[in-house]
Design a protein around this ligand. Sequence first.
Ligand SMILES: [Zn+2]
Length: 454
Amino acid sequence: MSIDLAITGGVIVTPDGLHRGTLLVADGKIAGIAAVDDSVDAAQTIDATGQHILPGLIDIHCHIRAPAYPQRGTVASETRACSAGGITTVFEMPITNPCCNTPEQVVLRRDHFAASAHVDFGLYGAPLSLTEVAVDALADSGIIAFKIFTTPAPPGREVEFAGLAWPNEADQFRALQLIARTGLPVVVHAESAEILAAAPQLDQTDGRSHGLARPPLAEALAVAKLLTMNITAQAKLHIAHVTSSATIDILRQFSGTSDFTAETCPHYLRYTEEDVVRVGVAAKINPPIRHAADRAALWQAIADGVITLVTTDHAGFSAAEKADHADNFLTAPPGHPGTECMLPAMLDAVAQGKVTLVDVMRLLCKNAATRFGLSDRGVLASGRRADLIMVDMDAQTRVTETSLITTAAPVARLSHDEVFRGKLSRSFLAGQTIWDSIPTGLATGRFVTPKGPQ
Ligand SMILES: [Zn+2]
């Protein structure tokens, strides 16, 4: 076999630990790991001395929204940002205009993304109607999974949420049952519509109003109901962006009752409501960033295997879209750009001793590949795709508004002026360098389905 690329001198992060060796790449795949002393004849050799090598990250929760809303980012800008964040496979949520809720919309989005994606991408679909015909057609269109909300569409955004918003519990149960038949996962944004509707009158200029309007009870209650339904429905259920100690208690209590998993995001692991108050509406995210005790509970849930994925929930807005609501936490658009800061945040957690690099590999790569059926990636092993990153644990990532590639950099206010220990050095997609201090311009990202790349 002729070797295209040999990465020498680095420490290779695998599920069973750290190994010194030379990573070999041929035809875009990992050809093997040679011993340090083996002589290797490769077309290209990269010296990774001082570096750790991990699989490229798989971000299963991202909102690029293209082709709608180019002021919030395009496929090209946001997948370049993925490459700069070490993400080599990204799953795009269906909230766009119109919502990605039919096979026709999946094809349109697939072709739009394929034209300029710098990383591989999968697409979520929303079941426009709760019928076998509609759900099966969407499953057959190549979507990676389904997404639903337990909350109603935000006022004025009904077209974006058509098929996503199922606040009625009978509908939620029906959706789980129908999707279970397809074998695809269903990812749920879980907050109780009734609890949110009963939010008290608050001073909307105060950052604390957001957490009071969307309390932990809303999340925990919706999750408890979904997990109760899933004992019967037996869907591959995945709970999006868990924020609170209360919800973690529920996840623990339902352990083993059905096939469910849960994720959290770096902003819930790193920040608290005090940061929301400091930063303002740029840090308004649904569900809200909570308190130190919740943050500690999330880290414990990661340690215990209750939470097995970390995702970005990247959601950019233009500076004007956030600024127009600068003094109103109720009306400000929810979301924060996270694509370029997830890896630095998790490397910094390694430096702090909260997790190991093997944990990071599981949380950001392996577990996503396993849960979403991508057997060709997510682990550094022979035959898997050579989607790789090199990281330097002795370097720092200094983030400024101008260092970020995402179009939404001006509103990435939680990250501005952050210093993280650990730094991405290089990203590879199928053995080709896609980021090396800057994006290389290679736009060879492919559509990923549960059956593999198309
Ligand atoms: Zn989201």
